[in-house]
Design a binder for this molecule. Structure first.
Ligand code: HEC
Ligand code: HEC
Length: 346
């Protein structure tokens, strides 16, 4: 509701004259804020590690083996704060990863085979046990184990921030719990499904370690009423299905300063009719008789050509509001960037 109002007031604003001194200040503030928040994240990660007595696996080389994975599981990865493995550990917030009592007749490696069969049935693709475990880490909300809440941590986002290599090592550790350990399937020769999840993790990390799962929600709430993620354009803006190819810097600019990167075919038209009424928006249709403008609100206005006094493109403003980032927390902003970096087209 409030955003709608903001959007309309934006649409009604006179085009800014010249250099926009206020914008540079806002940008500087946003970036300074980003740096501070990153610092806080690092500090929180450090503080939590100290508080819970966990061990940090040094920043050194990680080899992709169950042994490395074990060190990460019981250390930097914080898995032990929610999971146990058989009789080792005491956390019960997440499923036990070992064989344990009646509730967990199969250890994780073997259990993953059964879950993979379920995933194959649901998606129509052929899933392996490794695919399932990798999915648990890459997109924890996609399959929520019965009897548990969707509260598995996003372990490649701050403050845990595991690297892709560390994640692979943890997968090896879990597969070694009663499963068929095949390092090639985890590392050098991943299945298409696993590869997709690895790409998602890598993209999220390239985008500053945001959480694309939350980013999808941020997108839904703030962007989806104008944009689309499939081939067809959105209601007011272009499709963002392949936007990742333009790179993180471009996307970030497109959100912070939409007018700087106006996409071809999405120019801002200003139509003034003979009564002086001004309509600002995208030109979405035109015939010999009339021109149709779609405003930022989604409302369309058709003006007969005979009534038009002037009609021109205003390159200093975009139909996309330039104050969207002000309504987002820094985390949401990073998360939506990560999410868009996973949009690689179809
Ligand atoms: C904040 C608590 C939390 C942390 C930290 C956490 N998990 Fe989880 N995990 C859960 C919960 C809750 C579930 C069950 C819900 C679901 O399936 O998403 C789960 C589910 C899983 C599953 C699927 C289990 C099954 O029986 O199918 C795997 C695999 C997994 N986690 C691995 C890990 C690994 C590896 C780490 C550390 C790198 C980790 N988790 C860190 C809470 C956590
Ligand atoms: C009121 C409608 C509207 C909303 C809301 C909106 N956009 Fe846009 N967006 C547009 C329009 C129109 C364009 C094309 C003009 C331009 O490039 O500035 C655009 C362009 C873009 C582009 C550049 C596309 C390209 O290929 O150059 C990106 C990236 C983008 N938007 C991301 C977002 C994100 C992320 C959000 C939510 C946080 C969002 N937009 C919200 C209307 C909107």
């Amino acid at each position: 509701m409030t955003r709608h109002a903001a959007m309309q007031s934006h649409a009604g604003k006179a085009p800014p004259a010249g250099g926009e001194p206020g914008m540079a200040g806002t940008m500087a503030k946003v970036f300074a804020f980003l740096i501070v928040v990153l610092g806080v994240y690092l500090w929180i990660g450090y503080a939590i590690t100290k508080m819970t007595g966990g061990v940090r696996t040094g920043g050194g080389v990680v080899d992709i083996s169950p042994e490395s994975g074990e060190a990460i599981y019981w250390g930097k990865g914080r898995c032990f704060t929610c999971h146990s493995v058989g009789g080792r550990g005491s956390a019960v917030r997440g499923p036990n990863h070992g064989q344990f009592g009646e509730k967990f007749p199969l250890p994780m490696g073997a259990r993953a085979e059964l879950r993979a069969a379920e995933r194959s049935k649901k998606t129509g693709e052929k899933w392996t046990a490794v695919d399932y475990i990798v999915e648990s880490l890459a997109d924890p909300g996609a399959y929520v184990v019965e009897g548990y809440k969707n509260e598995m941590a996003v372990v490649y986002a701050p403050p845990i921030s595991l690297s892709l290599k560390e994640i692979k090592a943890v997968v090896a550790y879990l597969m070694a719990q009663g499963g068929e350990l095949d390092i090639a399937a985890i590392d050098s020769d991943p299945s298409p499904i696993t590869k997709r999840f690895y790409d998602k993790i890598a993209a999220a990390q390239a985008a500053g370690g945001g959480d694309p799962t939350n980013g999808a929600t941020v997108y839904e709430d703030n962007c989806s009423e104008c944009h689309s993620l499939d081939e067809k354009p959105g209601k007011v803006g272009p499709s963002l299905s392949g936007i990742a190819s333009k790179g993180i810097k471009y996307i970030s600019d497109a959100i912070l300063r939409p007018a700087k990167t106006i996409r071809k075919g999405y120019e801002t038209w200003v139509v003034v009719d003979k009564t002086g009424r001004k309509t600002v928006g995208l030109k979405t249709a035109e015939t010999a008789e009339a021109v149709t403008i779609t405003k930022a609100s989604g409302e369309t206005v058709t003006v007969p050509r005979a009534d038009i006094k002037t009609m021109e493109v205003d390159a200093t403003q975009s139909v996309m509001p330039d104050d969207l980032s002000e309504g987002l927390t820094v985390k949401d902003y990073q998360d939506v960037l990560s999410f868009l970096m996973t949009m690689k087209g179809t």
